[in-house]
Ligand binder design. Structure first.
Ligand code: FMN
Length: 209
């Protein structure tokens, strides 16, 4: 039942205490959580930027509806998905899998070709959407892991992705910002922490067949 307590405790933090920082040890734990997140085919078609530089945060705030979380949170984590998945990326994954799981490369040929074919059937924008979805799973895991450590988060879609791509030089790397999370510690003054959760009733949300 602990997870319910953690999910009740967490809330989308509106006002962070800018003096409180997430420790290196906790950050390493959170990075591990993101690294271990399941992804489609295991391809991990994303990169995760962890931003603490105040000047970069300031630029990003201007591209984030001026939301204060971007500058006040200890860390701003920006999930960036691959805009396309190249055959080289798939080959690199197969190489990694072969090494880690001690499977001969040729035994993985079928899997590699299957992924190339399946992703090849998608348009560029479909690949982009598919890759972006993977980042939300990592975001979800991150939020739960933070709550377990009593670290606050604000998941954030309220930003202009094109501006993030420019500020963070993502386009050159075939990446685009999909979603972000401000991570840190709530300000005592944040009224949002006292608001009861607004959720649909179980009977409305679930259908049992
Ligand atoms: C993908 C996603 C994007 C969100 N973007 C923002 C945002 O840009 N700014 C913000 O203050 N809250 C944002 N939220 C927070 C939601 O409004 C909030 O999670 C929801 O109202 C439920 O409240 P709770 O998280 O406090 O329980 C976002 C939430 C999610 C899941």
């Amino acid at each position: 039942m602990k997870i319910i307590e953690h999910l009740q405790w967490r809330y989308a933090t509106k006002k962070f205490d800018p003096t409180l920082k997430v420790s290196e040890e906790d950050l390493m734990h959170l990075k591990k959580v993101i690294q271990l997140t399941a992804t489609s085919y295991g391809l991990q078609a994303f990169k995760v930027l962890i931003i603490t530089d105040p000047a970069i945060k300031k630029q990003l705030q201007a591209a984030s509806w001026n939301q204060s979380q971007v500058v006040d949170a200890s860390h701003l984590i920006v999930f960036c998905n691959s805009k396309s998945v190249t055959h080289e990326q798939i080959d690199a994954f197969i190489q990694l899998k072969s090494g880690v799981q001690k499977i001969p490369l040729d035994a993985l040929d079928g899997y590699g070709n299957f992924m190339k074919n399946k992703l090849g059937e998608l348009t560029t924008s479909e690949v982009n959407e598919w890759a972006a979805k993977q980042t939300y799973i990592a975001l979800g895991n991150l939020m739960v892991a933070c709550a377990e450590l009593k670290i606050d988060t604000c998941p954030m879609e309220g930003f202009e992705p094109e501006k993030y791509d420019e500020i963070l030089d993502l386009t050159q790397q075939n990446l685009t910002a999909s979603v972000a999370a401000a991570v840190g510690y709530r300000s005592e003054e944040d009224k949002a922490q006292f608001a009861p959760k607004v959720r649909k009733a179980m009977a409305e949300l679930f259908v049992e067949l």
